[in-house]
Design a protein. Structure first.
Length: 195
């Protein structure tokens, strides 16, 4: 069985990938499993650049085929912000981040609050070109947080097809349609071709 490094310390993310990649000839390992504590700096200006930096950087450290992802929220009325800066948008985190985003959209009507979540996965292996897959989930930014599930921007991200925010959605439904799930499904097909 082949070993694939998932470039994360997050056990939940590792579990998610393990479920999606079940049945493939790959044994998944996290950075913690391999004792890798170095942080690869995300200095890119796009999701592709940051995913590549992490995948190729951790592949170089481990010598193993490596999967890394970068994701975030893009709001059309804000010219694509927060984008790659989603995690530290406005220099704040948690509920203050939602308030900051809402402040940026003050006076913008609902039909002009179009947004999308983006997830780019880079798959790097020694001696080969890095491959990329992507998933997106379109939505609209609400006027106030709704729902108690999910994390990050989920309480503000209204999914038209579902008629609710991601934070109001049952986790299994969110995970089936999310940008990360779409990208992971596409990554599964790439990995099936590798083994």
């Amino acid at each position: 069985m082949n070993t694939l490094l998932i470039a994360t310390h997050n056990k939940g993310k590792l579990r998610e990938f393990a479920q999606i990649f079940a049945g493939l000839d790959w044994q998944l390992r996290s950075l913690d499993d391999l004792g890798i504590s170095e942080e690869i700096e995300e200095t890119g200006t796009t999701f592709h650049e940051n995913a590549r930096l992490k995948a190729e950087g951790y592949m170089a450290l481990s010598g193993l085929p490596t999967l890394a992802d970068d994701s975030g929220l893009e709001v059309a009325a804000l010219k694509g912000e927060p984008g790659v800066y989603s995690a530290r948008y406005g220099g704040v985190t948690g509920p203050a981040q939602l308030e900051y985003l809402l402040k940026q959209l003050e006076g913008v009507p609902f039909h002009d609050r179009l947004a999308r979540f983006v997830c780019v996965i880079a798959l790097a292996r020694p001696g080969a070109e890095t491959e990329f897959v992507e998933g997106t989930l379109p939505g609209v930014i609400e006027f106030e947080p709704k729902g108690t599930g999910g994390f990050g921007y989920d309480p503000l991200f209204y999914v038209l097809d579902a008629d609710m925010t991601l934070a109001e959605m049952p986790p299994e439904r969110k995970n089936a349609m999310s940008h990360r799930a779409q990208a992971a499904q596409a990554a599964r097909e790439v990995l099936a071709g590798w083994s």
